[in-house]
Design a protein around this ligand. Structure first.
Ligand code: MG
Length: 337
């Protein structure tokens, strides 16, 4: 098994603004695993505020030694060994996980949604994301998002009401809100959510800072809308303690080390009666297509990441009429353009 990796910078179509960050590029590392003439593709996408970089990913991937393993089929041996190399580095770990899954699917000649026994017709609709911006840009982006069945809006500053009223001046499309930990005061958070519940909002993602689980549980008891954990839920080990605090979790491959752990998180969340959302960073069609393979299992998807960049080197799962749409290509379903 050969493992190759190289840095690749994702160029965003629009500057992306959330509660504590603004940027025009996302650093990524593209990974290839090769054996028997078959190449599996993987990707680490690393928004800077999460702490990984092209340098940390290259350093971590340089430590990964696949030579003790006979072939990529030994996922249950390989991936825990990689996870144990160092803490963190979740995006770099996801890159290898995705590439190994892609290789296996290609070797077997089947897409992963089929290997997992999922119905490709049951993919969810995906939301179209609008970042924190001026009323003019928000209006323009709302019009751009017209084909989508759900709009996801980033809140968490003092412009929250303006953002929602601006979108509502253009469309009645259901909205999901992502506060990105922006509401530190639980009473203020409750007042905001009570108003949002009158605006055809479906749920609230990460209303409060990730460590304020007691306040979030207080909020959940009173909130008229479901609360979904994002920053509070990174990996499998986080899921059980979120029961009673949130109504659902947002799983992202770059947070949880890849498809193997994401699938386990979905299973555990279902056992705990939690809703499941599948999200992404700004990513190429490699990571988006990998996540899309799991999407028939989830309630909500936010998989517009590849649409937000203008230099996607891959073609893969797409969004058709706002719905995640799988193809029949083997593996994760992404090919080089
Ligand atoms: Mg979020």
């Amino acid at each position: 098994m050969k493992l190759r990796h190289h840095p690749y910078t994702l160029e965003l179509r629009h500057a992306f603004n959330i509660a504590n960050n603004s940027r025009t590029t996302t650093p990524a590392v593209l990974v290839e695993v090769e054996q028997d003439g078959i190449t599996g593709y993987g990707e680490a996408a690393m928004p800077p505020y999460l702490g990984e970089s092209q340098a940390t990913a290259a350093a971590f991937l340089g430590k990964v030694d696949l030579s003790p393993f006979a072939d990529p089929f030994q996922l249950e041996e390989i991936l825990p060994a990689i996870d144990a190399l160092a803490p963190g580095n979740t995006a770099a770990k996801a890159a290898v996980d995705i590439a190994l899954h892609d290789w296996i699917g290609k070797k077997l000649g089947a897409p992963w949604h089929r290997l997992w026994g999922l119905d490709p017709a049951k993919t969810p609709v995906t939301s179209f994301t609008i970042g924190l911006d001026t009323a003019e840009i928000v209006r323009q982006k709302t019009r751009e998002g017209a084909p989508y069945k759900i709009i996801k809006v980033k809140l968490g500053r003092d412009t929250d009401r303006m953002m929602i009223e601006t979108i509502r001046s253009v469309t009645d499309t259901p909205i999901t809100v992502d506060a990105n930990q922006g509401w530190a005061d639980r009473n203020e958070a409750l007042r905001k959510i009570e108003w949002l519940a009158t605006q055809n909002v479906l749920f609230i993602e990460q209303p409060m800072p990730k460590a304020q689980l007691d306040d979030t549980a207080w909020l959940r008891e009173r909130s008229p809308l479901p609360l979904v954990a994002d920053e509070s839920c990174q990996r499998l080990a986080d899921v059980a303690r979120l029961r009673g605090v949130f109504d659902g979790i947002n799983i992202k491959l770059m947070k949880c080390t890849g498809l193997r752990e994401a699938r386990a998180m979905i299973t555990l969340a279902r056992a705990l009666d939690l809703k499941v959302m599948l999200g992404c960073m700004t990513e190429t069609s490699v990571a988006i297509s990998a996540a899309a393979q799991l999407s028939p299992l989830v309630d909500w998807a936010d998989l517009d990441g590849a649409l937000l960049i203008r230099n996607d080197p891959f073609d893969g799962a797409t969004i058709v009429d706002g719905k995640v749409t799988l193809n029949n290509r083997p593996g994760i379903g992404a090919v080089k353009r």
